[in-house]
Write a protein that binds this ligand. Structure first.
Ligand code: PEP
Ligand code: MG
Length: 843
């Protein structure tokens, strides 16, 4: 530990960084230090050092001390926009300076009239080297008064840095739809940690330690931000060669955001988070819809005990450090077993949340800060608690709702380690059956443990719709409201409430008639579910004997097994992406052939349609770097990838052909738009078949999800054995509405008559050529759509696994003649709402 005193760089009044009216500084995104409201006009060196960066607008300069501490001085706010006007640099990059040497002279009158503020910041940017920092207060005089006193910790990266040179990547545009949020930040940190060089992620003036998740997230990098990776050290070249392409390809991020939160760093008035809602009705509390559904139950306030920790260490710092290391290790093991358990339950989404927690525990900033406090005689528990709380606090203040939401993850994992350190295991409260939980905040670990038979819903004061807690609630099918008015915490245990997760409301002491209505509805729903389940293994036949096949959309072997249990008659869509995502290399032919055969065995003789890889510009694969596209949904995706980079598709085709030996497999190609495409693919299949001695028989089909395929259905039908209509994409391409768009997504309804007419055109074209048609888009799982699709003439409905019993039951409720009459009416409607009104639903 060393001490460094930095002299005032200007005459003026010291202002705490937190009071600077610019979040980049006040939230310490660039570094930690203090600000000064200047009365002089020459910025001087606060210590000896080398000028390592002079901004071309001459408003900011960075000095690096002999010990590697980086000090950035930034004159005024928004002064970069002055493009050098009003500033005169007195030094150049590479100059060696002594305390008191002039660095930049500026024209205070010009700045006062042309910039937002004259406040000048002095920041330590490599905060991982900071053990503590104390700014002066009041009036200071340049060069003579102390301004910042800092304690620094040894630089482990310095050796590496000294032993190598500095290499920068080319500028990279960030492709991730939600920017570098927790998951890609974790992937980046993990990649960077493989190298001994110091690695920085830079965006303009801002920079972050690329080995630190928190530091990366602190930059709030948004989609299309331009960044550069800078590596300094012995393996700098290798680091850039490895990291830059993966960063450009999206770090394996699918870009899928489950909820409509803005990801931009600039406030977008259209997307800006709404102010916390408040209700004037004393019996109605408002929040944000986090997980849909209605829960009627009694309040149970879930309070987590504060863990008391001694500030001063009982033992030597060495011993405390070991305690911390052991606790972190144990927490990682716990998280590892939690993930194994969740993967075994086929819940990879939840497992990924805890993988991100594990990554947070690898964060060097977090550990460094805790260890520096331990070195000063603090107990491991105290040092750890302060380190993670400070980081979480910093995250929670970020503008980007998604990143701010990750503060809960950090607190969760922090508390897990603290519980281990203090022998204070997170004991489970006895939650009464029929509870609606109210809590200040629920951690992802708390949520994953909730038992939906006991807990009928929950409301938290913190959190938002994009938090991991909300995602978990949706996957558990528990209604939830986030950001509820804090007075919810004052409700007495046992108070009757109705929680409406869809509207984001909590009704206190509701009208008994309303409670009755909801309970009756829920009871009817439960009874219907039971009845559908009881008949799940019977055929789906209309009252006049027309048989419709009801099969499943699956994403792996567990879905396949469950579909059989729920009466699925086969698989209408295996989304083979599951084999390709979340890994660093493509699956081999043998691995694929084995998995496809295993799934077919789980289906016990039932047929399966295997869709070839459907990824693209919107879902990049780390091992398949593709150029960034302006319009990924209109770019190289689906079968186009297979044709452009045929090695992947050829391997998959061989694997399917081999697995088809002895199993009923069909092969289907996504996103077919032209006849040339299907002919090319068929040629490719024949070439691969000719290479194999053990190929089975497979029928070939296409997804109809581009309007051109529907319009030309008859011609396509002559090329293939079957069609499956992907209404999710067909709707987005027909209506030109992005299916994941926060505002348009809900309007992109496949019940729109335009889409129904294309479905009819597809069915007619196929039937004329003697081919059959399935629907595998989401609409097939919607009970309101079933009779219309059957009436149009669809032969097979491929639905989400849980929907199988209800869809089969729906088919049984009408005659084919009724369905046909209904379809006729639907096709002549003007709007999706009119179509839906033809099939009213009680539920
Ligand atoms: C569809 O587009 O309807 C479909 C089933 O494919 P995916 O949802 O996988 O794009
Ligand atoms: Mg699709």
């Amino acid at each position: 530990m060393a001490s460094l005193i930095l002299k005032a760089p200007l005459d003026g009044v010291v202002v705490p960084l937190e009071q600077v009216p610019d979040p980049v500084f006040s939230q310490k995104m660039v570094g930690d230090g203090a600000s000064i409201d200047p009365t002089s006009q020459v910025l001087i060196a606060p210590c000896d050092g080398r000028v390592t960066q002079l901004h071309k607008a001459h408003h900011a300069v960075t000095l690096t001390t002999a010990d590697g501490i980086e000090l950035m001085m930034h004159i005024g706010l928004d002064t970069v926009n002055l493009k050098g006007e009003g500033f005169t640099a007195k030094v150049a990059e590479g100059d060696q300076v002594k305390t008191g040497d002039p660095l930049i002279e500026f024209d205070a009158d010009y700045l006062a009239t042309h910039a937002k503020s004259l406040l000048t910041q002095m920041l330590v940017t490599n905060t991982e080297r900071l053990a503590s920092l104390s700014p002066a207060s009041g009036l200071v005089q340049a060069g003579s008064d102390d301004f910042l006193t800092i304690q620094t910790i040894a630089d482990t990266g310095a050796e590496a840095e000294a032993a190598g040179r500095s290499v920068s990547s080319e500028a990279i545009l960030i492709p991730n739809a939600t920017g570098l949020h927790a998951r890609p930040a974790a992937v980046l940190a993990n990649l960077a940690k493989r190298f001994s060089s110091r690695i920085l992620l830079t965006r303009g003036d801002d920079q972050a330690n690329a080995k630190s998740v928190v530091s990366i997230m602190g930059l709030e990098i948004a989609q299309n931000d331009k960044v550069v990776i800078v590596a300094t050290g012995p393996d700098a070249d290798a680091a850039i060669d490895s990291i830059a392409p993966q960063l450009a390809a999206g770090l394996g991020d699918e870009g899928a955001v489950p909820a409509p939160a803005p990801a931009t760093t600039e406030p977008d008035p259209a997307n800006a988070p709404a102010p916390r809602p408040r209700s004037d009705d004393p019996n109605l509390l408002l929040g944000v819809a986090a997980s849909p559904g209605l829960g009627v139950g009694s309040v149970f306030q879930l309070r987590r005990d504060e863990i008391d920790v001694p500030e001063t260490a009982a033992g030597e710092p060495r011993v405390e450090r070991r305690h911390l290391e052991e606790a972190v290790e144990r927490a990682k093991n716990e998280l590892e077993s939690l993930q194994t358990e969740l993967r075994a339950k086929a819940d990879p989404a939840k497992a990924a949340i805890f993988a991100a927690h594990q990554e947070l525990l690898e964060d060097p900033d977090l550990i460094d800060i805790a260890e520096s406090a331990i070195a000063k005689g603090k107990s491991a528990a105290f040092a750890w608690q302060r380190a993670y709380s400070t980081h979480a606090e910093r995250l929670s203040k970020l503008k980007n709702a998604i990143m701010a939401g990750r503060a809960a993850d950090l607190r969760d994992v922090g508390r897990r380690v603290l519980g281990i350190l203090t022998n204070h295991p997170t004991e489970e409260p006895a939650i009464p059956v029929g509870s609606i939980l109210i809590a200040e905040e629920l951690s992802p670990s708390d949520t994953a443990k909730l038992d939906p038979t006991q807990v009928l819903g929950f409301a938290t004061v913190g959190g938002g719709a994009t938090s991991h807690v909300a995602i978990l609630a949706r996957s558990l099918d528990i209604p939830a409201v986030a950001g509820i008015e804090p007075r919810a915490l004052d409700l007495a245990n046992g108070t009757q409430v109705i929680l409406d997760g869809g509207k984001g409301q909590l009704r206190i002491d509701p009208d008994p008639a309303e409670v009755d209505r909801i309970l009756t509805l829920k009871r009817k729903l439960a009874e219907k579910k039971q009845a559908d389940l009881a008949a799940a293994h019977e055929a789906a036949t209309t009252t006049d004997g027309h048989r419709v096949e009801v099969v499943a959309n699956i994403g792996g072997i567990d879905d396949a097994k469950q579909s059989v249990t729920l009466g699925g008659e086969g698989v209408g869509l295996l989304r083979s992406e599951f084999l390709y995502l979340e890994r660093q290399t493509a699956p081999s032919e043998d691995e694929q052939a084995q998995i496809y055969a295993d799934i077919a065995i789980a289906l016990d003789g039932r047929p399966m349609i295997l869709r070839t890889l459907d990824v693209g510009g919107d879902k990049p694969l780390p091992y398949l770097p593709m150029p960034r596209e302006e319009n990924p949904f209109l770019g190289i995706r689906g079968v186009r990838i297979g044709l452009e980079r045929p090695e992947l598709l050829r391997t998959q085709v061989r694997a399917i052909l081999r697995a088809a030996k002895g199993h009923k497999l069909r092969m289907m190609f996504p996103m077919i738009a032209t006849i040339d495409e299907i002919r090319s693919v068929k040629g490719l299949v024949e070439e691969e078949r000719a290479k194999l001695s053990d190929a089975g028989e497979v029928e070939l089909g296409i997804m109809v999800e581009v309007p051109s395929a529907a319009v030309m259905a008859r011609q396509f039908a002559r090329e293939v054995d079957f069609f499956s209509i992907g209404t999710n994409d067909l709707t987005q391409y027909t209506l030109a509405m992005d299916r994941g768009h926060p505002k348009l997504g809900a309007k992109a309804d496949a019940m729109n008559p335009a889409v129904l007419r294309l479905i009819k055109q597809t069915v007619d074209g196929a039937h004329t050529e003697g081919k059959w048609v399935g629907v595998c888009g989401g609409i097939a799982s919607d009970p309101q759509a079933v009779a219309i699709l059957v009436g149009i003439g669809v032969d097979e409905l491929s639905v989400s696994v849980p929907a199988i019993p209800a869809v089969k039951a729906e088919v049984r409720t009408r005659s084919l003649a009724d369905c046909q009459a209904l379809a006729k009416q639907a096709l002549s409607c003007d709007t999706a709402a009119e179509v839906r009104a033809l099939v009213p639903t009680e539920y």
